[in-house]
Write a protein that binds this ligand. Structure first.
Ligand code: PEP
Ligand code: MG
Length: 910
């Protein structure tokens, strides 16, 4: 056997064999338990079964060869370390069996506690609990039977899929019989009775007795944890959090320590800094005489951790010492779970803690001040999604809004919406476009769908570490937990607060920063971070740690990034805002909207023109209007490049819909009215109707077909640039031709444009560049030729994705992407984040071949991907010169461009 083991795969690691860098193999929990063990911290002994074992099991539904023997060997060492045997009738060793994946998935997978208890060892446990300590034997009996009933409940539900409510009903019955609401009032006899009831429930659903053999319990529990990797809620959570589906979970088998052995025992969760605001200090919840699951599930309300100082000063001081040590070691905020068993502190878990977006920035700034990390590392520790969250508005509160309840600000933000009480209803109403607030006593993993659909989550129970709080923070969703003035009645779909009844569909507002709850819809105001970007908060003088941290990290991102950030803007107002947000130019000014509104009539005249004279008259009327549009934008962007794209969409978009026009004409004819004009319009609309307008007469094709249209725009741009420059500002226009697929298209437009530009700019000093979008796959593949005629390329990744995949950008996301996501064909819509392998490859080819043909070719991107964090990293890698995105995303792109530089190019000492 021993000989065989040397060639076998190593599936089991003792804690002393691992370390924090082995998360992939040992999961986050296992790797960190190993790290703490090696730091000499008080961790109960145990071992970790690897994610490899899980993957092997899930592939075949059989334990891989050698696993059982390796578990036996490690169990033997564990028994030796503890001086007890698993399930020994006299003095049983009990173990917990816990999941732990590479990325934390709070509450999504399974845990079984107290494995090793059976009809005989429960007696031994009671004897040991009473003998070794100064507990009354009644208390020890109670503890032992309570532990046993918990095992049957958890094992039944987790391993054998017995419906959890059945156990809860039996517990409720026992409490009712006793005339109490509190399970602590149930004595040993009541719990013994409950164990009998639970065993009957177990038998009813499984057709077998509750397993008495400890090793069988252990093996089945391990198997159940493996299986829970693919539980529906875990799959859903992974999809939401973009966690790869093939990582598998590790399983930790740990000697049990008990927080429910009496008032000198307890369990808690703590953070080394406030995970909501980032403020320094000790934050956490403590629950005396309880097991860890009670805290996380928010079943009973906890007390603040500081209370522990009064209850057990020695453990409190030891805990604080360990927390300081962990922070220094991990150089980051840590969260921990601990248990105190009769005055002895045990560390059950630690990890670099999840935090809100605000806390991420504040803590990164603090750690730089404390000399624990440098600015590159600080930049690495925040991200664009967090920054985007901080740009959300907050409530504008004046005297007429009084909170009706106050809970814990568990996940910041401001959310208003219709109250719903079930996950299903949340999903239903959200699908109808409503904002909803999911209100529950506490949430559990089955509520995940509703939490995703809701604008915010409100619970009447549970602390900062309850399920609702942890999951909401992870999702960046507003959450108020533990608002205990609220009495939630789910079956009747209402809650009562301060004598008022709120029913499903009523509107409430919740503030996830202050924890306050308001009836009705509270108006909102912009975030401080936005005010800072807008220039109305001076970071050097404002006493706001968040604004200061954002300023510091953004400044570093700007210093480090190689990508410039421009904006997509087609009005002066958007341009001005984007400039305040740090845009360094306009990467896409779409000119389409400039042809709408009261200019429609001129466009109709252009389309219906019967001869050159009529057409030229329409264009001449449009020219001064366009010129004024461009003047406004050039003035706003004084000194910065402005890419103006010539008109793109199909012309029929400027005409009334066919059906409506046909009806109008028919009705007017019926009435005998003069309909000559409408008939001409109808004929034009019919003529221009296309089955596939996205692949039809648009972009450069339109410019080549309608004489004078592009020429008018080019003239307007050049004239506006000259006027602005003559007035003392600097206009730097770049004319961009859309939808080019062949160099000849561009050459034709360019030849005409150059003539007009030469004529208009004269000796004004204005320089006008001419370039093209690369948004048709053929353009990407012939970029070497196209670059001969273009001074710049701007990747239109919206169309490039549409035409690269053959997906109609207006239809497919709503139609069938859910199925593609479900099948894992892609993890995120390729319209949202660049498809590196396919569309990204087209970008890469075009960039390389374009630059080979013309080394000074300027390269940018102006599709939606320009503001997507993940895609920004890709564009950095490909070596583009700039990204362009909507004004609100400019700060996000700046930050991500800085992060990309630090991550791809390595750190420097700045
Ligand atoms: C694009 O296709 O990516 C682009 C920027 O152009 P539009 O979205 O206007 O088609
Ligand atoms: Mg396009």
């Amino acid at each position: 056997m021993a000989k065989q083991e040397t060639v076998e795969h190593k599936y089991v690691y003792a804690f002393a064999e691992g370390n924090k860098d082995l998360k992939e193999l040992l999961g986050g929990k296992g790797a960190n338990l190993a790290e703490m063990t090696n730091l000499g911290l008080p961790v109960p002994p145990g071992f970790t079964i690897t994610t490899e074992a899980c993957k092997a099991y899930l592939a075949t539904r059989e334990e891989p060869d050698g696993l059982a023997d390796q578990i036996a060997a490690h169990l033997a060492s564990l028994e030796q370390a503890m001086g007890k045997r698993l399930g020994d009738p006299e003095d049983p060793l009990l173990v917990s069996v816990r999941s732990g994946a590479k990325f934390s998935m709070p509450g999504m997978m399974e845990t079984v506690l107290n494995v090793g208890l059976n009809d005989r060892s429960v007696q031994g446990l009671a004897r040991q609990a009473s003998g070794a300590h100064a507990q009354t034997s009644g208390g020890a009996d109670r503890f032992a039977w309570d532990s046993y009933r918990r095992l049957i409940q958890m094992f039944g539900k987790t391993v054998c899929e017995v419906p959890g409510e059945e156990f809860e009903h039996a517990l409720d019955d026992a409490k009712r019989a006793k005339g109490t609401h509190d399970d602590l009032d149930l004595d040993a006899d009541d719990l013994r009775g409950l164990v009998d009831a639970y065993k009957k429930i177990f038998f009813k659903h499984t057709g077998r007795e509750f397993p008495q053999e400890p090793r069988e319990q252990l093996d089945l529990a391990i198997r159940a944890v493996f299986e829970s990797w693919n539980a529906e809620r875990a799959v859903l959570y992974r999809r939401q959090e973009r966690i790869p589906a093939d990582l598998g979970t590790a399983v930790n088998v740990v000697a049990m320590v008990f927080g429910n052995l009496g008032p000198d025992s307890g369990t808690g969760v703590a953070f080394t800094r406030d995970p909501a605001s980032g403020a320094q200090g000790i934050y956490g919840d403590y629950l005396a005489n309880a097991q860890g699951e009670d805290v996380v599930a928010g079943i009973r309300n906890t007390v603040p951790l500081q209370e522990l100082e009064r209850l057990d000063k020695k453990s409190y001081d030891e805990l604080l010492g360990i927390m300081a040590r962990l922070e220094g070691h991990y150089r980051d905020l840590c969260d921990i779970e601990f248990t105190i068993e009769r005055g002895k502190l045990w560390m059950l878990q630690t990890r670099v803690g999840k935090r809100t977006a605000a806390a991420a920035f504040v803590i990164a700034g603090q750690l730089v001040d404390e000399g624990l990390i440098d600015l590159d590392e600080a930049l690495h520790r925040v991200n664009g999604a967090q920054l985007a969250q901080l740009m959300f508005p907050r409530f504008r509160l004046d005297h007429e809004f009084q909170p009706v309840a106050k809970g814990i600000g568990a996940s910041p933000g401001a959310a208003s919406g219709k109250v719903v009480f079930t996950s299903a209803r949340a999903v239903e109403l959200a699908a109808e476009g409503e904002s909803v607030i999911l209100v529950r006593r506490e949430t559990n993993p089955d509520d995940l769908n509703g939490m995703i659909a809701a604008q915010g989550i409100l619970t009447s129970r549970g602390g900062k570490t309850s399920h609702a709080a942890v999951v909401a923070r992870g999702m960046g969703k507003t959450c108020v937990s533990g608002a205990d003035e609220i009495e939630v009645n789910v079956p009747q779909r209402r809650f009562v607060v301060g004598g008022q009844t709120v029913v499903e569909g009523d509107v409430v507002s919740i503030d996830g920063t202050t924890g306050k709850v308001y009836l009705g819809e509270v108006p909102v105001m912009p975030s401080e971070v936005v005010q800072y970007f807008e220039g109305s908060l001076d970071p050097e003088h404002v006493d706001n740690p968040l604004v200061r941290a954002v300023h510091r990290i953004m400044s570093h991102a700007d210093a480090r990034r190689r990508l410039a950030v421009r904006t997509n803007a087609d009005t002066g107002a958007d341009a001005a805002r984007a400039r305040r947000f740090g845009a360094e130019g306009i990467g896409l000014c779409r000119t389409e909207h400039m042809f709408l509104g009261d200019r429609r009539e001129l466009v109709e005249r252009l389309i219906l023109a019967r001869d050159n004279t009529e057409r030229e008259a329409a264009l001449a009327a449009l020219l001064p209007l366009q010129r004024a549009d461009f003047e406004e934008i050039f003035r706003e962007m004084d000194g910065m490049p402005v890419t103006v794209r010539l008109i793109d969409p199909p012309l029929h978009e400027f005409l009334p819909p066919l059906e409506q026009l046909a009806v109008n004409v028919a009705v007017a004819q019926e009435r005998g009215e003069d309909v000559a004009q409408e008939e001409a319009l109808l004929a034009a609309v019919r003529r221009m109707h296309e089955e596939n307008p996205m692949l039809g007469l648009r972009g450069v094709r339109l410019g080549l077909v309608i004489p004078g249209l592009f020429a008018m725009q080019v003239r307007a741009i050049a004239e506006a640039a000259v006027t602005v420059t003559r007035s003392g500002a600097v206009a730097r226009p770049e004319i961009m031709v859309p939808l080019v697929g062949a160099v000849q298209e561009l050459e034709t437009v360019r030849a005409e444009a150059e003539k007009i530009i030469a004529e208009v700019v004269g000796d004004s000093g204005v320089e006008v560049l001419i370039g093209t979008m690369i948004e048709v796959p053929r353009a990407a593949l012939t970029a070497g030729q196209i670059a001969e005629a273009a001074q710049f390329f701007s990747f239109g990744t919206n169309d490039l994705t549409q035409m690269g995949w053959g997906f109609s950008r207006d239809d497919v996301e709503g139609a069938f992407f859910w199925r593609y996501l479900e099948l894992g064909i892609f993890g995120i819509s390729p319209f949202e984040s660049i498809d590196r392998d396919g569309v990204g490859r087209l970008v890469r080819i075009a960039a390389e071949e374009g630059r080979a043909a013309r080394p000074e070719l300027k390269l940018g991107v102006c599709g939606e991907h320009g503001g997507d964090p993940e895609s920004v990293h890709f564009f950095h890698e490909v070596g583009l010169d700039y990204v362009s995105c909507s004004p609100f995303r400019v700060p996000v792109a700046r930050l991500e461009a800085g992060r990309a530089a630090v991550e791809t190019d390595g750190s420097d000492s700045r």
